[in-house]
Design a protein around this ligand. Structure first.
Ligand SMILES: [Zn+2]
Ligand SMILES: [Zn+2]
Length: 357
């Protein structure tokens, strides 16, 4: 177990200092926890599709981040020091809930902390400059989820993206339903697995990449559709005997896929939108595809705090979800340029980094 004496004075971290492409890999002082803050040693950080925008500083980055900041919002760590008002035990293993809610607004007071109107965001420079791409990090203890079961550091860091998948699938009410998940990136694949665990009848995964569909098969998805080769509507109508699919989880963020999915949704069906769509949405035939379908559309942002974490800690500990199946690359953080290049190339599913190396 780490003791205060083991904490060095300085640490390695990635830093976005200015609104330009790339990060600097730098040495900086290990921060001192104040008030209810906790100093964690970061065991693993994983990078996410949204980290591409932050790295490249594209238009979306200006909407979701503020410089300066240390990136990395999917973080597993170990508590090494507490501020004067923090009560966590040294050595506790934690996941970071990166939606820093205010605790005061309408949403926070009505069970919707994850969409707090005054939300800060860890790894995005929002109300904190800290993030997980750093050997040590500072987080208020109210945003730390303490792990009590036997999970390894990679499993803990994956609770964040897995949480988004769980939040979406839970709202779909999938039990005994056929569930189509569009997009087989990390969140899409995890959504397919969670749907299966939650009792879906058949899980169908759709993507344009054959290697991703192979991962879907590997994670237990019943049917896969390569939408570059096949017309998704035709396949769905065929396997549902013309009724349409009852549940759709949109994880691709592809506007064309999203716009057209209502045409093969079953009447009275449910759709949850998870993939971040940047183009305008447009439904070609609103009367038959939306208005007369009596459908339900949900969107989710983040995880339900801390309901999602509790459910998933158990699911992962019980080996119902194997997050290892979506981790395709591991890098020491000193090779972050290689890690991000791999992320940009589209040839990776989940990439994890070790900040200590
Ligand atoms: Zn993420
Ligand atoms: Zn709030």
């Amino acid at each position: 177990m780490a003791s205060t004496a083991d904490i060095p004075k300085t640490m390695k971290a990635l830093l976005k200092e200015t609104e330009t492409e790339s990060y600097v890999y730098t040495q900086m002082p290990v921060p001192e926890p104040e008030k209810d803050e906790v100093l964690i040693k970061v065991d693993v950080v994983s990078i996410c599709g949204s980290d591409i925008a932050l790295y490249k500083w594209s238009e979306m980055a200006r909407v979701i981040a503020t410089v300066p900041f240390i990136p990395g919002h999917e973080t597993a760590g170990t508590v090494v020091k507490c501020g004067p008002d923090a009560t966590m035990k040294i050595g506790s293993r934690v996941g970071v809930e990166n939606h820093f809610y205010c605790g005061d607004c309408y949403q926070c007071n009505n069970g919707m902390k994850e969409i707090c109107i005054n939300m800060g965001q860890y790894g995005h420079g929002r109300k904190t400059m800290h993030g997980g791409c750093s050997e040590y990090s500072i987080v208020s203890q109210k945003y730390l989820y303490e792990i009590t079961q036997d999970l390894n550091a990679e499993e803990i860091t994956m609770l964040e993206p897995l949480g988004v998948a769980h939040n979406g699938v839970e709202r779909l009410k999938v039990k005994d339903e056929d569930v189509l998940v569009i997009g087989c990136g990390p969140v899409g694949l995890l959504a397919q697995r969670v749907a299966k665990v939650m009792g879906a009848k058949r899980v169908i995964g759709a993507d344009i990449e054959e290697w991703k569909l192979k991962l879907a098969k590997d994670i237990g998805t019943d049917i896969v559709i390569n939408t570059k080769e096949k017309d998704i509507k035709e396949v769905i109508m065929e396997i549902t005997s013309g009724t349409g699919i009852g549940r759709i989880c949109e994880c691709s963020g592809n506007a064309t896929m999203l716009n057209s999915c209502f045409s093969y949704l079953r009447k009275g069906g449910r759709v949850v939108l998870i993939g971040l769509t940047k183009q305008p949405l447009h439904v070609e035939h609103p009367l038959p595809d939306i208005m007369f379908k009596c459908l339900t559309i949900k969107t989710v942002h983040g995880r339900r705090i801390y309901h999602t974490w509790e459910a998933l800690e158990k699911m992962v500990a019980d080996k119902e979800v194997d997050v290892d199946k979506v981790i395709t690359h591991r890098f020491p953080m000193s090779q972050y340029e290689e890690a991000f290049k791999t992320l940009f190339s589209g040839s990776a599913c989940k990439i994890v980094m070790d900040p200590s190396k």
